[in-house]
Design a protein around this ligand. Structure first.
Ligand code: GLN
Length: 243
């Protein structure tokens, strides 16, 4: 019997206000539906981050909580060790910002050092990005998949040469209103939309799992999800004309 796959949900008390916890539930369920045993491990500041997880998840949160989270993760150090051992990190919004090199907080735009796992820097944007996002992601096989989600962020994120965009934005702001959303660098992926995004975009969920496990996964029935996605995409395109 093989070891269970550990999905580690990091610091929900700090980075848990946008419902991104659902990403962990989606990953665990998509493994369980395939007969692969998975455990959802939740860790809070003050307790060591488990170093042997397969996928680590960071969610959205407010400025002060982001600063606490980055300090606790830096002091803990185990996220770095897990990534060195081949784990995948998927970070949303505030989580995405803190895994970058720097981000700013507060009225005075104080610059805070991030975890430095993605070559990105975040600064206060020219507007707050709030609303549905529709973007296009190029899957590893070269085909395109649409990503839907809901963004709500004041920071704009700029990519350096070591990171590449995760998706191309059709509707919404994304990284900085520059037509891109998210970033990838090695096994670290970050992006703005909530939703939770992995519930809305099961292909992205499977991509994270396949990356973490190092092998392809059997397809799952998708008719119902495909129909929900079709309706969502049509609604966003219609509403997006007014955004
Ligand atoms: N506080 C950050 C910002 O506004 C992140 C917000 C979020 O996680 N939704 O940019």
């Amino acid at each position: 019997m093989s070891e269970p796959v550990d999905i580690v949900l990091v610091y929900q008390s700090l980075l848990g206000i946008y419902g991104d916890r659902g990403n962990a539930m989606v990953l665990r369920s998509r493994l369980a539906w395939r007969g692969i045993e998975a455990r959802l491990i939740e860790v809070e500041p003050g307790t060591p981050v488990p170093a042997g997880g397969a996928v680590y998840l960071l969610g959205g949160g407010e400025d002060a909580a982001q600063v606490s989270a980055v300090r606790a993760l830096t002091a803990d150090g185990n996220l770095y060790r897990a990534l060195d051992a081949g784990a995948v990190l998927f970070a949303v919004c505030a989580g995405y910002q803190i895994v970058g090199k720097t981000f700013t907080v507060g009225e005075r735009d104080e610059v805070i050092e991030g975890l430095g796992l993605l070559d990105v820097n975040t600064r206060r944007g020219t507007e707050r990005a709030v609303g549905e996002v529709l973007s296009s992601w190029t899957k590893p096989d070269g085909t395109q998949s649409l990503i839907t989600g809901f963004e709500n962020h004041g920071g704009f994120t700029y990519l350096g040469p070591d990171a590449r965009p995760l998706a191309r934005v059709e509707i919404g702001i994304g990284n900085a209103g520059d037509g891109t959303d998210g970033a990838v660098q090695g096994n670290v992926l970050g992006i703005y939309p909530h939703g939770p995004i992995l519930a809305r975009n099961p292909e992205l969920a499977d991509h994270l799992l396949e990356r973490a496990l190092g092998h392809p996964l059997d397809p799952l029935p998708s008719e119902e999800l495909d129909e929900l996605r079709r309706q969502r995409i049509a609604a966003v395109r219609k509403a997006g004309l007014r955004r």
